[in-house]
Design a protein around this ligand. Structure first.
Ligand code: C2E
Ligand code: MG
Ligand code: MG
Length: 790
């Protein structure tokens, strides 16, 4: 079977359209030219043949006449001799010398090769030789009515002419012999107007015809030509050693039926075509010039077609590789229009690509680079420092992580559109302050800046300070002037990390520390932060086990009602019995539980446990449970409280929840709403650690708390520090005015107690009365109703 792939592969392949078109045009032209040449050649050949045929035919006729004339002149010469009286007497008397001299004389005059006399007995008088015997028999064999014939003798051909010698009866014959040799042939040739070649042909012993002078070998074509010529005039084209020739044969009548000799008259094709050479040359030259013109023209045309296509190809390739090179094509034809469409399409693609990549790498809200862009830029900055840092005296990459303080509260209170406007405005301000850094928004209210370049230790610090200063002034967002602030964490690579992840993580740790240190500050990363973070992570893992394994217990600290002079309630305080660390104080794990959200589960357990315990206490004894902000904001909080009350059967008015001011930081309205709902259920609400926040008084306006717990920091100094005493007095007066109860926390000695009682504080809580105790000691405590000193 044929292998098609091989056939296809064998076809010429043109890489360039231009070559393809040029070759196609030139090929078509060459084909037309070849056809033209073939037709011209055939026509020239035909024309040449026709004219040669005519010429040969004419020559043949001329030759026939010449032949006849010659025969006439020979026979009249012979007749003249045969009638000569002296000669007849000499023949009659057999006077051989006279005959011979007369014959020789005649031969010269008539320019024949030899002359003979043959008597009636066949006796020959004349020059002796090979011809003699042929001449002797000639008068007896010559056909009736003819007096000449052509005979072949040896290698030569002779024309014999006969004339009878009468005295008065016939006594013999005069026979002339004319050798038809090369000279005879040349004489014949000279008679023609065209350069004919005449050759004497002779039939050899095998019956084939060949030239007497051996110039032409015998061939079937010649035999056939001579044969056809016997019956009429025939013309043929012969392939001879000397070249092709048109030929005509003239069989010469001999003594027998078949002629022994013939004349071949030929006309070489070269000679026949020679007159046409200038025409052929002209055609060839015109063809060549035409071909050159076509090659030139087609290559120009092909270029004019292929060039714009090549330009389009280049532009398309460039577009494929992401750059935009316009296809420059002139003209308004289809290709010009295609190029214009292509350029418009390319512009559209590049535009869209730019938009897509901008969207992919930028934050739509602030138009700042997003986290993906930031990560890549940081990777690049780090690798550049890695490559050039050491050689150029140590470059650095500083990463500043920034977090807006209290953003969530702003978002919740003023609404998302204003929150968004604030984020955008802050982004602009950051970019203004850090023109030489890459400012990005990583998400939410988190921003980050990369500072890379020469190692100037003060650069990040100066920038961080400038950023803090810039955000100290309120930011305008949708006609609102919003006072905000930022906290900044800084990590500097490669010292603080040689990968983007590590640098970001460490800058984040530093940010965490900045927030812990009171917000509105910047902090550099230190390895200790990392250790603390690891520790936090471990605690987080352990906390998950603690919930599952029941490692929590509640301790209860009595709250003593000074007016009723008895325990009015207990505050439930969480304790963690860690299997290896021992007792972990709440302040060491509650912030972590807050961060990780585990406080929700832990808080639920505390509520259930506290209610379950409190239900066994006397009716007037309440239980106070601390609720952290995250736990409070959790959507299921109200349900959890209800469940704890329902499960335990505790009356709602015996449950008091303690919240701190920080609960309001992230938005006041929803918190207040929930507080009202809890209050409607009968649950009491106490404001814990009062006085430590920034705007405590304003919160007192938002919600009618049942109780204010005066922070231990004021209680500690109440007996000895007049200003602390003044604050306590102010708080108590305020609470009284607002119909709220007060509890003083952390009462450790009698002086404090006395002073608090004097100031009108309603309840006290502290080591003076009792430390937090385990539940089994509650019954005992309830019995101890009186303070010794009171
Ligand atoms: P807090 O609500 O202000 O609780 C009072 C803290 O003061 C308790 O510390 C208590 O042991 C301590 N205290 C009481 N009397 C005195 C005293 O006379 N002198 C001194 N120096 N300290 C006294 P504790 O148990 O370590 O709790 C610390 C904080 O942990 C609590 O402060 C509360 O904010 C939080 N907390 C405790 N248990 C829970 C809980 O179940 N859930 C939540 N969310 N927070 C809790
Ligand atoms: Mg408390
Ligand atoms: Mg407290």
């Amino acid at each position: 079977m044929m292998d098609l792939t091989k056939i296809r592969a064998a076809r010429p392949r043109f890489k360039r359209l231009r070559t393809k078109l040029s070759v196609l045009y030139a090929g078509l032209f060459v084909l037309a030219l070849v056809l033209l040449a073939v037709v011209a050649q055939v026509m020239i050949g035909n024309h040449a043949r026709d004219s040669v045929r005519a010429e040969l035919t004419t020559s043949g006729s001329v030759y026939d006449r010449l032949w006849a004339l010659r025969a006439q002149s020979l026979s009249s010469s012979a007749d003249v001799l045969a009638r000569d009286f002296g000669f007849r007497a000499a023949v009659a008397s057999g006077d051989r010398p006279t005959i011979a001299s007369a014959l020789a004389n005649l031969a010269t005059r008539a320019s024949v090769s030899a002359a003979y006399v043959v008597d009636n007995d066949g006796q020959v008088t004349g020059p002796s030789g090979a011809l003699e015997s042929a001449v002797a028999s000639f008068p007896f064999v010559v056909p009736e009515g003819r007096n000449d014939a052509v005979v072949a003798v040896g290698g030569d051909v002779y024309r014999l002419v006969l004339s009878p010698v009468m005295a008065p009866t016939r006594i013999g014959w005069v026979v002339f012999a004319v050798r038809l040799d090369a000279a005879e042939m040349r004489a014949l040739e000279r008679l023609s107007s065209i350069p004919l070649i005449a050759t004497m042909m002779q039939r050899d012993a095998t019956g084939h015809w060949q030239a007497t002078d051996r110039s032409i070998r015998s061939s079937r074509a010649i035999d056939a030509l001579v044969e056809r010529s016997l019956s009429g005039r025939a013309l043929a084209t012969l392939d001879l050693a000397a070249g092709r020739a048109f030929a005509l044969a003239k069989p010469l009548a001999g003594t027998g039926r078949k002629p022994q000799a013939a004349i071949l008259i030929r006309y070489p094709l070269d000679a026949a075509l020679a007159p046409y050479l200038p025409l052929q040359g002209g055609i060839a030259l015109a063809g060549l010039v035409g071909l050159l013109l076509v090659l030139f023209g087609s290559s120009r045309l092909a270029r004019s077609i292929a060039k714009p296509i090549a330009a389009l190809d280049t532009a398309a390739k460039a577009l494929e590789q992401g750059s935009r090179v316009p296809a420059i094509v002139e003209g308004t034809d289809e290709i010009g229009r295609l190029a214009a469409s292509f350029n418009r399409m390319a512009a559209g693609i590049v535009d869209r690509e730019n938009r897509i990549s901008h969207l992919a790498f930028h934050d739509p809200l602030t138009s700042l680079p997003n986290r993906i862009y930031f990560r890549e830029a940081l990777d690049q900055a780090i690798s550049q420092v890695g490559r050039h840092g050491l050689a150029h005296g140590g470059g650095t990459v500083a990463v500043l992580c920034l977090d807006l303080d209290r953003f969530k509260g702003i978002n919740d209170t003023l609404g998302h559109p204003i929150g968004d406007a604030l984020l955008a405005a802050v982004g602009r301000r950051l970019a203004d302050v850090a023109p030489d850094g890459l400012v990005a928004r990583l998400g939410g209210d988190e921003y980050a800046i990369i500072l890379s370049g020469p190692c100037e230790p003060d650069r990040p610090r100066a920038l961080a300070q400038a950023l803090l200063d810039a955000l100290r002034d309120p930011v305008e967002a949708e006609d609102h002037l919003i006072a905000t602030g930022i906290s900044i964490g800084i990590a500097i690579g490669p010292a603080d990390g040689d990968t983007a992840d590590e640098l970001l993580k460490n800058a984040d740790l530093a940010l965490y520390r900045a927030k812990e240190d009171g917000r509105g500050v910047f902090r550099f990363f230190e390895p200790a932060l990392d250790a603390a973070a690891r520790e936090r992570h471990q605690v987080e893992l352990d906390l998950r086990d603690a919930i599952r394994d029941g490692q929590f217990v509640l301790n209860y600290q009595p709250v003593f009602d000074l007016k009723a002079n008895r325990i009015g309630g207990f505050e439930a305080l969480l304790r963690w019995h860690h299997p290896t660390r021992g007792l972990v104080p709440p302040l060491a794990f509650i912030p972590i539980a807050e961060e990780t959200g585990l406080i929700v589960a832990i808080g639920a357990w505390v509520l259930h446990e506290a209610c379950r315990e409190a239900v066994h206490w006397p009716d007037h004894v309440r239980v106070a449970v601390n609720v952290s902000p995250l736990q409070f904001r959790n959507a299921g909080f109200q349900a959890i409280v209800l469940q704890a009350l329902a499960n335990s059967g505790l009356s709602p008015d015996r449950l008091e929840i303690e919240i701190t001011e920080s609960i309001f930081l992230e938005g006041e309205a929803p918190v207040v709403a929930l507080l009202h709902r809890l209050r409607e259920m009968g649950i009491r609400v106490a404001l814990d650690d009062f006085g430590t926040g920034y705007s405590s008084l304003s919160y007192l306006r938002s919600f009618p708390f049942d109780k204010i717990k005066i922070d231990r920091s004021f209680v500690t100094g109440v007996a000895c520090d007049p200003s602390a005493a003044a604050i306590v007095r102010a708080i108590v007066d305020l609470a009284t005015a607002l119909h709220m109860e007060t509890t003083a926390e952390g009462v450790e000695d009698i002086d404090q107690l006395e002073r608090l009682r004097d100031e009108g504080c309603g309840n006290i809580q502290g080591y003076l009365f009792s430390r937090p105790v385990e539940s089994q000691h509650i019954a005992g405590l309830l019995g101890r109703v009186m303070l010794k000193a009171a």
